[in-house]
Ligand binder design. Structure first.
Ligand code: FNR
Length: 363
């Protein structure tokens, strides 16, 4: 189905875009988007964790001077919702990341542009609003990694988000079974860089450990990256309190608690369920974002109550893009924000700081 040029009439909540995307997308692309790693245990856990967390209504409180503003990453923001880095968006809409960026700009939403975007980071920057960060996958050659960073700096991205949880990507069985062809997905930013060095494995060596993981980044690469740029560096894909503490101690601007939307280590817990321990370990002053499973404004509320400063949305972004392009992305954010405000009103919270004081029964 061709993407719509208007907001569909039957969208009542942000999650409705998931339902409509199922009709808009080719089945193999839908499987790539919706699927998770392995048996999709973590994918399911992410959703269950949000479902099981409960919010107790509080009554007769005044919230009429309330708002959803926050200051994060050196910027005052109208709401705590970001667009997560999502690769290969031309699979979902012919204008891909360009329309996502327009939807983000119209709603003053932080945009995190993937290394693996269908359009170049410069093309995206040309249509994006000022609130844009660049997500970095370390490349097999440091020179290429550094070149991406320099390009992001030159194109006005305000932060680097180093993704560390998928040095080797577990293939989605759902996507494979649906006939998704990874080669259909181009990465415009990487066209100019040489391929990874060819490796010949000795007898008994592992295709994964000595092969695919040979060029994977380590803690020393985080140090090298932080030293190489004046931009703040966030670390995305942190699930253990010790890793969060270590990243911040090395100079990261903040951490993103994430299991890659259930697309990396299958069997990992829900990101929401590890969030309270991570917040307790890093302290109140540290910047902590969360993604993986956010599908409604009440999910945003629960994540904030359990310790996140803000959240990112991945699949929902791609679903809204596939249905109605920039309009869909902007509309989805508007709905999420209103759902958050509704939850705040009924839970008696006037501000995001009030949400942090709410006791949410975690999963
Ligand atoms: C992703 N994600 C991702 N993350 C990243 O750091 N770089 C990337 O290029 C991608 N690409 C990507 C493609 C697709 C199709 C999906 C669904 C996800 C992970 C993403 O940033 C985020 O962590 C999850 O999507 C969050 O979970 P939800 O919101 O999809 O449940």
């Amino acid at each position: 189905m061709a993407p719509l040029s208007a907001i569909p009439a039957d969208v009542r909540c942000a999650r409705d875009y998931e339902r409509l995307a199922a009709d808009a997308l080719d089945p193999a692309v839908l499987a790539y988007l919706a699927g998770g790693a392995g048996d999709e245990i973590t994918l399911l856990r992410n959703c269950q964790a949000f479902e099981q967390a409960t919010v107790i209504p509080r009554v007769l409180r005044r919230v009429d001077s309330g708002h959803t503003r926050l200051t994060l990453g050196g910027r005052e923001r109208p709401h705590p919702i970001f667009l997560a880095p999502v690769a290969h968006q031309a699979l979902f809409h012919p204008r891909g990341e360009l329309d996502t960026a327009r939807g983000a700009a119209a709603t003053e939403t932080g945009l995190v542009c993937s290394t693996l975007s269908s359009f170049t980071l410069e093309e995206i920057a040309a249509v994006a609003g000022p609130d844009r960060w660049f997500q970095l996958y370390a490349q097999p050659w440091w020179a290429a990694t550094l070149d991406l960073v320099r390009r992001a700096e030159a194109a006005g991205y305000a932060a680097i988000v180093l993704t560390v949880d998928a040095p080797v990507q577990a293939p989605s069985l759902r996507a494979q079974r649906a006939g998704f062809r990874p080669e259909a997905a181009a990465a415009a930013n990487l066209q100019a860089y040489p391929a990874a060095p060819a490796r010949t494995l000795a007898a008994g060596q592992s295709r994964i450990l000595q092969g695919m993981m040979a060029e994977a980044p380590g803690w020393d690469d985080l140090d090298r990256l932080i030293a190489a740029t004046t931009l703040p560096v966030w670390v995305k894909g942190v699930m253990h309190p010790d890793d969060a503490v270590a990243a911040l101690a090395r100079g990261a601007a903040g951490v993103i608690v994430s299991n890659h939307g259930g697309r990396a280590l299958d069997g990992a817990p829900a990101s929401l369920s590890v969030l309270p321990r991570i917040r307790a370990a890093v302290g109140e002053g540290a910047s902590v974002l969360l993604d993986s499973g956010v599908g409604s404004g009440s999910d945003v509320f629960k994540a904030l109550a359990l310790g996140a400063d803000a959240v990112l949305v991945g699949r929902l972004q791609a679903c809204s893009l596939s249905v109605a392009g920039a309009l869909g992305v902007g509309h989805m954010i508007k709905l999420l924000r209103e759902e958050l405000e509704l939850c705040m009103a009924l839970a008696g919270c006037a501000t995001l700081a009030d949400i942090r004081k709410v006791e949410v029964a975690a999963c």
